[in-house]
Design a protein around this ligand. Structure first.
Ligand code: ZN
Length: 199
């Protein structure tokens, strides 16, 4: 006998697909939604639909945006000669919070991770090389996460960019090793940016 109604188990299954949400948390969230008001449930469903319908990739930096080019790429106040390469859109949010950086960004959407089948071609690396080739970029800051995959990705990109003549730097040490950039506090990240060193 099935004790959970089909719509409920379907919601649990969908929530269970999200990262870090195990079956227990998925059940708890599903019952929380069930107990809540219809308005709250509709607002949640609509927010999910809106991000899928209204958010696009910026055609220049590949950050997520409502308008293309994104506000950073279309701003006249940003230094277009400096490019900061990050793994994820959340890293842009973290770096913007430091108020220490005034250049442009390039979002790779991941890192090279052959064990999990993620190769250079799965990331926005080709687009980065083209940007450096065609634009008037003279410094590229490789702001990858301070872990093995981040370092491997930075080394790979460095090899591609060196022949193009741009100055290439990485964030200073001091970031928590193995952690993600997005979780670094503003002062640590700000210092890492200020103390960046040439490769
Ligand atoms: Zn952009």
């Amino acid at each position: 006998m099935k004790v959970t109604a089909e719509p409920v188990s379907r919601l649990i299954d969908e929530l269970n697909k999200l990262p870090t949400i195990g079956p227990k948390t998925a059940s708890r969230l599903a019952f929380y939604i069930l107990r809540g008001s219809k308005d709250d449930a509709e607002a949640l469903a609509q927010a999910i639909i809106d991000v899928k319908e209204k958010i696009v990739y910026c055609s220049e930096c590949f950050n997520l945006t409502e308008q293309d080019p994104c506000p950073v790429c279309s701003s006249k106040d940003r230094d277009r000669q400096v490019l900061c390469v990050v793994e994820e859109p959340l890293d842009v949010v973290a770096l913007e919070k430091t108020h220490e950086y005034n250049g442009l960004y390039h979002v790779l959407h991941g890192h090279i991770d052959p064990i999990n089948g993620i190769m250079a071609d799965d990331l926005r690396i080709r687009e980065l090389v083209n940007r450096v080739k065609l634009g008037d970029v003279n410094e590229v800051i490789l702001a990858m996460n301070p872990n093995v995959e981040g370092r491997a990705t930075a080394n790979y990109i460095n090899r591609l960019l060196v022949p193009l003549g741009a100055t290439i730097s990485t964030l200073a040490t001091g970031l928590p090793v193995g952690g993600d950039l997005e979780y670094a506090d503003e002062i640590t990240l700000s210092n890492a940016l200020k103390g960046r060193r040439l490769i």
